[in-house]
Design a protein around this ligand. Structure first.
Ligand code: SRM
Ligand code: SF4
Length: 613
């Protein structure tokens, strides 16, 4: 019945956003005019939509909203700018440029995101062009960091863990380049028509080219960065995709990219020490809308296996199926997960095989062990060193007693390797030469930077989204509140003797799920200021969905609910049993691996949970 309503919605007229895209002349709209308009700090509603494709969102400081309204002032408009970095890698020189931009235009702070990117907040309209231009001058881009296109391609951030990791990272970069929009609008608007970056030429100096991909349109093999001479969008077409699209590549045993949360996930299959190919997983996603049972987080489903050199072709065809079949009428039903669930996974596999002109093979075995980061120093296969630092919620700034931003800047000045942003909002000082290791260690000590060892294992496995005050969709705090809640939860863990027990905990300020909460062992999504839904039962490896356990509760109830569960876990767990597995065995919630069962499972758990009686 519900599924019928979802299917029927496909036949409704296209949404307003489709019209805006179509009439935008490949994402130009009236952005230059909006930027020139000195009367307001905002842009027009249509340009607001289009700007996302260019990597920036109009926002306003929500802490100031009421006061400005009282003073009859327009909201404190400002822009979030998102920088793309496939696999999360930036050089120290690029890092210094980003740091400098943050000081000048973004309130002296930057944010590492859950998709291995960097965000600035608080950029004023008058500084937007300069900011984006300088990002490009540093050979980075913001193009397609947001919008109805393929976003930043995620991949394990440590290419030198093994030869395979390096190869996988190369594929992540090529996927990113391959699916970049081809419009010239970006270069016209922000760079006065110039093309600043050709990342592939830069990289080809360091890395040999990978073999050409059979079957991929010649037009897409043009120079990297998405620029072409004749303006068409060979993959996307003039209305781009119905919705955002996300790709991540995991290298087992690490599922740090949360491959089952991606629209399109690739799982590297390593046989005899070599990359044999990738398992393909489709239709993951974390977002939902409260009160609408037709929306739900979903796990990507593994549908087959292919050889490494087929990856661009597979990704392109998956994107085109979503382009042609995704719901263009109602945006909240438009993600690939709904396109697939509406028709079946079998339909999708057949359609993909048909478009490829060859068949995916049977999926190959793999095993994940965790979806979090491993902290501290490790030596890479290339003989260099990598230090994973714990960055709470990805926030980089200077606090009075913790000069994190200054410390990282000083490291960037002497570092001869690179910086690697992790999918869990942490940072790797990567490729440190043995010669430089002592110097970096001294700076880490001097500025009090941390590998997280002094924190509980719960905090080391935590993520929170940005939420208030910048996110226009936030219903409650996340980044600003989780650290405080963790202080209190750590007290409970200490009492239960669980301080070193690794448990994945995530908080999002609303049900959109930017912190990928649906995969955590313990998760919160904001309902209202100070109120959250509590979910339990995700797995430590990110392959199971958690279930609503308590609804709309504040801090006191959160602590009262979790304290006895922690105590029971400490007393009754089996050897090696993870918290998420325990809550299922103990009957707090049931196991769910298909998002379509989540609402029913949540209602059952709510009815049975002590606080709801
Ligand atoms: Fe997100 C929208 C922040 C990762 C699902 N996300 C937003 C916006 C742009 C709010 C808006 O639309 O006005 C947020 C900006 C807040 C701010 O002030 O910066 C925002 N999302 C973020 C970041 C910065 C969270 C973070 O703290 O790291 C992450 C940026 C990633 C990046 O670098 O590209 C971020 N967002 C995610 C993820 C996780 C992931 O991709 O691995 C998800 C869940 C996976 C998924 O897409 O299903 C996610 N964001 C959403 C959604 C729900 C989409 C849906 O299918 O319903 C929205 C709302 C929307 O698109 O309408 C959203
Ligand atoms: Fe904003 Fe919600 Fe995403 Fe958090 S989860 S950043 S509150 S959209």
């Amino acid at each position: 019945m519900a599924q019928d309503r979802l299917s029927a919605s496909r036949n409704l007229p296209p949404s307003d956003v489709e019209k805006i895209k179509l009439e935008s002349n490949y994402l130009r709209g009236t952005i230059p005019e909006s930027l020139e308009d000195r009367i307001t700090g905002a842009v027009s509603a249509a340009d607001d939509r289009l700007l996302k494709f260019h990597g920036t969102y109009q926002q306003d400081d929500r802490d100031l909203r009421l006061e400005r309204e009282k003073q009859k002032l327009e909201p404190a408009y400002q822009f979030m700018v998102r920088v793309r970095a496939p696999g999360g890698i930036v050089t120290p020189q690029q890092y210094l440029v980003l740091d400098d931009l943050a000081q000048r235009y973004a309130g002296g702070t930057m944010r590492l995101t859950t998709r291995q990117s960097i965000q600035f907040h608080g950029v004023l309209k008058w500084n937007l062009k300069r900011t984006i231009r300088e990002v490009n001058e540093a050979l980075l881009t913001t193009l397609a960091a947001c919008g109805d296109v393929n976003r930043n391609v995620m991949c394990n951030p440590n290419p030198h863990q093994s030869e395979v990791h390096e190869e996988v990272y190369e594929w992540a970069k090529r996927l990113s380049e391959h699916l970049m929009p081809r419009t010239k609008a970006y270069y016209e608007i922000w760079l006065d028509g110039e093309k600043a970056v050709d990342s592939r030429d830069e990289d080809s100096v360091k890395h040999p080219r990978l073999p050409r991909t059979p079957g991929v349109a010649e037009s897409l093999e043009r120079k990297g960065g998405g620029y072409s001479d004749d303006e068409t969008e060979p993959v996307y077409g003039p209305t781009y995709l119905p919705r955002k699209f996300k790709i991540g590549i995991a290298v087992p045993p690490s599922n740090d990219v949360d491959v089952f949360s991606q629209d399109l996930g690739f799982i590297a299959i390593v046989e005899n020490g070599k990359l044999a190919g990738f398992n393909v997983a489709v239709g993951g996603g974390m977002g939902m809308t409260y009160g609408d049972p037709l929306t739900y987080p979903q796990l990507a489903r593994v549908i087959g296996f292919h050889r490494p050199e087929r990856i661009l072709e597979v990704a392109e065809k998956v994107v085109t199926i979503q382009r042609d079949y995704g719901n263009r009428a109602i945006r909240k039903y438009a993600r690939l997960k709904y396109t697939i669930d509406d028709r079946s996974v079998e339909w999708f596999r057949d359609e993909l095989n048909r478009r490829l002109g060859w068949e995916l093979e049977e999926p190959r075995p793999f095993r994940f062990e965790h979806n979090g980061d491993r902290y501290g120093w490790v030596k890479g296969s290339n003989g260099k060193w990598h230090l994973t630092l714990f960055i709470q919620n990805g926030r980089i700034r200077d606090w009075d007693d913790y000069p994190l931003m200054t410390g990282l800047r000083e490291i960037a000045k002497v570092h001869d390797g690179d910086f690697r942003l992790t999918p869990n909002q942490n940072l790797i000082i990567g490729n440190v030469s043995p010669r430089n290791k002592r110097k970096i260690e001294a700076l880490v000590r001097k500025y009090g930077l941390t590998d997280g060892r002094q924190h509980s294992a719960l905090r080391r496995n935590s993520i929170a989204c940005v939420a208030l005050p910048t996110c226009g969709l936030a219903m409650a705090d996340a980044e600003r509140y989780l650290p405080e809640l963790l202080d209190k939860l750590e007290g409970l863990l200490d009492e239960a003797g669980l301080r070193e027990e690794e448990i994945v905990i995530r908080m999002s300020g609303c049900p959109n799920g930017c912190a990928r909460p649906a995969l955590a062992e313990i998760a919160f999504t904001g309902k209202a200021p100070g109120k959250y839904n509590l979910y339990l039962g995700g797995s430590f490896t990110g392959d199971r969905l958690n279930v609503l356990y308590r609804e709309n509760i504040g801090e006191t109830e959160i602590l009262e609910t979790l304290a006895p569960i922690f105590r029971r876990y400490a007393a009754e767990r089996l050897p090696g049993e993870r918290f998420g597995d325990f809550v299922i065995r103990a009957g707090y919630v049931r196991e769910v691996r298909d998002g379509r069962e989540l609402h029913a499972a949540g209602q059952e758990a709510l009815a049975a949970s002590p606080g709801s009686r």
